[in-house]
Design a protein around this ligand. Structure first.
Ligand code: DX5
Ligand code: ZN
Length: 218
């Protein structure tokens, strides 16, 4: 089954608990937590305290996307009973293998994100180690940007690498995902789709989540 991970970056922060309750009831699978430091990306979002405030308010697992420099310093902060994935950016890690081992040593699944301009070959020696590859389909930093279509080809190639190599990492896509392109990315090989503005910007958030999951869960 494919999964939907709505990004709370586009939610109303003053009503976060309520918003998460709505997406959970509607059938969302994971909460995508976008952490931005104002250095790796030109925007600041929120830190681990905001994520931890959701512990127990939802049973959904956390899918943490760290868009920060020197992520090793902050990994522990994001480990909770509900943390399923911690994803770091390849571009932010000097010792990617060490960082991935660090995440896994804490009992959390390790994801690695690739910016639109980063080649898949950056992960040549890591595919065996990682639990998820996050293909960025926008330049990270903001919600509501336009989908960069070269991501489709990248996802297809990654799926092929996975099949040929017998790897079992998941493929996640993040940025510009809408009802109009969700089938295209899942057909290319995506297992987990992140959606921010298209979920929380909808008139009826509950209905939008159901529209997405109807496609993803079948
Ligand atoms: C972008 C973030 C995304 C963002 C997606 O830097 O990593 O998770 O919230 O938002 P949309 O779905 O609006 O492109
Ligand atoms: Zn994200």
């Amino acid at each position: 089954m494919k999964q939907l991970a709505p990004s709370i970056l586009s939610a109303d922060f003053s009503r976060l608990g309520e918003s998460v309750g709505i997406i959970e009831k509607a059938g969302a699978d994971l909460v995508h937590v976008d952490v931005m430091d104002g250095h790796f990306v030109p925007n600041i979002s929120f830190g681990s305290a905001v994520m931890k405030s959701l512990c127990g308010r939802t049973a959904m697992p956390f899918d943490v996307h760290l868009m920060i420099e020197a992520p090793d310093m902050y990994l522990e902060e994001f480990v909770t009973d509900q943390t399923e994935y911690i994803t770091v950016h390849q571009e932010a890690c000097t010792h990617l293998n060490r960082t991935v081992q660090h995440i896994k040593s804490m009992g959390v699944k390790a994801g690695v994100a690739l910016n639109p301009a980063t080649s898949l070959s950056a992960l040549d020696y890591m595919l065996e180690e990682i639990d998820m590859v996050l293909v960025m389909s926008v330049n990270p930093g903001f919600g509501g940007q336009k989908f960069i279509s070269s991501a489709i080809d990248k996802i297809r190639q990654l799926d092929e690498l996975r099949r040929k190599g017998g790897y079992d990492f998941k493929i996640e896509v993040d940025g510009g995902i809408k009802l109009e392109n969700i089938r295209q990315v899942t057909d290319a090989g995506v297992d987990i789709a992140v959606a921010g503005s298209s979920v929380f910007g909808a008139e009826d958030v509950d209905a939008r989540v159901r529209e997405f999951t109807e496609i993803l869960h079948k």
